[in-house]
Design a binder for this molecule. Structure first.
Ligand SMILES: C[S@@+](CC[C@H](N)C(=O)[O-])C[C@H]1O[C@@H](n2cnc3c(N)ncnc32)[C@H](O)[C@@H]1O
Length: 241
């Protein structure tokens, strides 16, 4: 299957592909994240966590937690009890190491599983977060419904996801970097030809801001707001149950 076909595919086939891809690149994931974004991903996660309105001791689920940067930030900044869940076991291996090093085993727990079928009862978390993960789900709609289901009344969701710059000139320059430079650097360091071509392709096929907000609304979220980062390269979405 070509890259383009895979990006357009949804459901189980995409899920299996994504899981394998993240298991394969897990050992290089953090390094490449910081390199390819010039380190700005760290600031984006901090800013996203600052938008989450939770109290110390609240329970927060970080979906598609990967190597747990977002979960760690939430546990440290908001003093919450965080559960991080991810479909790719290898990502969690690196997450666990970080949590141990930072002595956060009491406040961050990890679980290997599918974000579209969460093993939690209704209304069991005050907050749910997902950073650069919703785009990778087999079904964006199903994942959003699960996020809403596990939230308590008035609970909040924070979603950080890539988008494309609003300014047409910036968009063209960005797309040049994103489609031609980034995949080459990614493949050089991760020894994976596909993963870093999948990234721009999946961002281009992701819904626009207004389409995505409509999908959030259909999944049961209210008071939806968004903040564009770097002219729209990434967007923070927030919605309440
Ligand atoms: C781009 S990484 C983001 C990781 C992390 N949130 C961060 O900010 O760096 C996307 C993550 O989504 C996970 N993922 C993809 N589909 C998933 C699913 N259906 N359920 C749970 N995790 C999933 C992948 O395994 C991967 O770790």
């Amino acid at each position: 299957m070509t890259q383009k076909e895979m990006v357009l595919t949804r459901g189980g086939e995409r899920k299996a592909y994504v899981k394998q891809m993240f298991n394969d690149i897990a050992y290089r994931y953090d390094f490449l994240n910081h390199l390819l974004s010039g380190g700005i991903d760290v600031y984006w996660r901090k800013k996203s966590v600052s938008k989450l309105d939770v109290q110390p001791g609240d329970r927060v689920l970080d979906l598609a937690c990967g190597t747990a940067d977002f979960a760690i930030e939430t546990a440290q900044r908001k003093q919450c009890q965080v559960v991080g869940t991810d479909i790719a076991h290898q990502m969690l291996v690196f997450a666990q190491e970080k949590i141990k090093k930072k002595k956060l085993k009491q406040s961050v727990a990890l679980l290997n599983g599918d974000g579209e079928h969460l093993p939690f009862v209704n209304a069991s978390f005050q907050g749910v977060t997902i950073a650069f993960g919703i785009r990778n789900m087999g079904s964006i709609e199903d994942a959003l419904c699960e996020m809403n289901r596990i939230l308590s009344k008035e609970g909040q969701a924070i979603i950080l996801e890539f988008s494309l710059p609003v300014n047409p000139v910036l968009r063209q320059i960005y797309l040049l970097y994103f489609k031609h430079v980034l995949p080459r650097i990614g493949s050089l360091f991760s020894k994976d030809d596909q993963a870093y071509s999948y990234l721009p392709a999946s961002v281009e096929s992701f819904p626009t801001i207004s389409e995505f907000e409509r999908t959030m609304q259909q999944a049961g979220f209210r008071n939806i707001k968004h903040w564009k980062l770097l002219n729209g390269v990434a967007v923070i979405y927030r919605g309440s149950k």
